[in-house]
Design a protein around this ligand. Structure first.
Ligand SMILES: Cc1cc2nc3c(=O)[nH]c(=O)nc-3n(C[C@H](O)[C@H](O)[C@H](O)COP(=O)(O)OP(=O)(O)OC[C@H]3O[C@@H](n4cnc5c(N)ncnc54)[C@H](O)[C@@H]3O)c2cc1C
Length: 403
């Protein structure tokens, strides 16, 4: 597509957004108003519903997915322009969903035509909310150790076992799961990828509480659950390849997670000025904090440029597979560095998530600090990421490395 065509596309997209995105949906997103879709979806307002439906009907909930599966069929350049214009006009993301970020991209590669038609469109339309069933009590970093068993019973699999840390499984309609279908060696060769309706008989969930005081997770149990054979994605015992494809997208999403969250009441710099004040030269009053914030902002800029580099390499079909490995580790670590700087700037006001004497916006920042501890664990821990980087990106000796 020529530069002129892209410029025209930008003008059209911008006009469409201005017409269809109500003013209330051009405000920074707040957590309670995110739209996660699903059979039990609720819209926080008529404007939110209108904005979601406008995007859904134009394929903008999944801009790059093919039109026949509910997307808008945009090229990567067009999708980037749409993202830029949405950010410029402060349009809220129309839909949040693990199906959109993780399952969909894997189904596009490994799903059968029938699976793509059934599941991708339902994801784009926000009709089905998905959960991820990978981790088990004895299989987190060592995922291939998973034990949830799917027994071949002719026309269906019989699934028994348990998954842990399943985010919002109690609110999900379906769950994509890694299951053991063979005791072959290596362990990866006996794993299959199944799609399971949470409404199936024998599926149950039990919430797990976090330090932030909230309950994002469940343990999910499968007790003699019958799953149709048509719900197998990819080859029988070939689930590891699907799992890895999906993890690529999960890690990409995790690296960009900060941008999807509710924006804090103040930027880090505004907060530091509010909390610490300025010296006689108009600079931030605490020189050590000033220097650490400056270093953080430089690293943040460098990470964002690394993201740009990965994008352009992909576009030129010259991707360096080592760079996305770095992104998840660098992006999530830097988010946590920012959280620590926020807490330092807050001083005493950062000591509580509940003290009503502290303004709500500041308490939410402390809550976010607690929640973001999870970022270097979810989607593969930092230690394991560093092992993979050592092995694949830096070609370091592998004897102690497990990935
Ligand atoms: C916010 C959040 C959301 C999540 N959502 C989901 C979800 O929806 N679905 C799902 O299936 N899972 C989910 N998880 C689980 C997540 O994938 C696991 O927590 C993660 O893979 C780590 O596994 P584990 O908790 O069993 O820790 P373990 O694997 O037991 O690791 C414990 C510690 O040992 C370290 N360690 C382990 N192996 C090595 C090694 N070889 N070298 C060096 N250090 C090592 C780890 O880095 C970690 O510090 C979520 C986790 C979080 C935090």
């Amino acid at each position: 597509m020529s530069q002129d065509q892209l410029a025209l596309f930008r003008t059209e997209v911008s006009a469409w957004l201005k017409t269809h995105c109500p003013a209330s949906q051009r405000q920074p997103i707040v957590r309670e108003e995110q739209i996660w879709g699903g059979r039990r979806r609720v819209f926080p307002s008529a404007d939110a519903k209108q904005w979601f439906e406008a995007c859904r009907d134009r394929g903008y909930t999944a801009p790059e997915w093919p039109v026949e599966y509910g997307g808008a069929g945009l090229t990567p350049e067009q999708a980037k322009i749409l993202k830029q214009e949405m950010a410029r006009l402060q349009c809220r993301p129309p839909l949040y969903c693990q199906g959109l970020w993780m399952l969909g991209p894997a189904l596009l590669v490994y799903g059968s035509e029938a699976q793509k038609r059934e599941h991708l469109s339902a994801i784009c339309r926000g009709e089905i909310r998905w959960a991820q069933g990978y981790s088990e009590p004895s299989a987190g970093s060592d995922l291939a150790n998973l034990k949830t068993k799917a027994e071949d019973c002719g026309d269906h699999f019989l699934v028994n076992g348990t998954k842990i840390w399943t985010t919002k499984a109690d609110e999900a309609d379906w769950i994509f799961c890694l299951v053991r279908t063979s005791d072959a060696s290596p362990k990866q060769a006996g794993i299959s990828f199944l799609l399971i309706d949470m409404a199936s008989e024998g599926v149950s969930t039990s919430p797990i509480q976090l330090i932030s005081g909230e309950s994002e997770f469940c343990q999910t149990f499968f007790d003699n659950v019958q799953v149709p054979k048509a719900n197998l994605v990819g080859e029988l015992n070939g689930g590891w390849a699907v799992a890895k494809e999906l993890l690529k997208h999960e890690r990409k999403m995790m690296a960009a997670f900060d941008g999807m969250l509710e924006k804090p009441a103040m930027s880090l710099l505004e907060l530091a000025h509010y909390a610490v004040g300025v010296d006689q030269d108009g600079r931030l009053g605490n020189s050590e904090l000033r220097s650490d914030i400056a270093q953080h902002l430089m690293r943040e800029q460098a990470i964002s440029q690394l993201g740009e580099r990965i994008y352009w390499q992909g576009k030129a079909k010259q991707s360096d597979p080592r760079l996305p490995l770095l992104m998840k580790h660098l992006g999530t670590t830097e988010t946590q560095t920012k959280d620590e700087l926020i807490l330092r700037a807050l001083g005493d006001e950062g000591l509580s998530m509940e003290d009503e004497c502290v303004p709500e916006g500041l308490r939410k920042m402390v809550k976010q600090w607690a929640f973001n501890k999870a970022l270097t664990i979810a989607g593969g821990t930092s230690e394991v990421q560093l092992n993979i980087i050592a092995k694949r990106a830096l070609s370091m000796p592998t004897s102690e490395v497990k990935s």
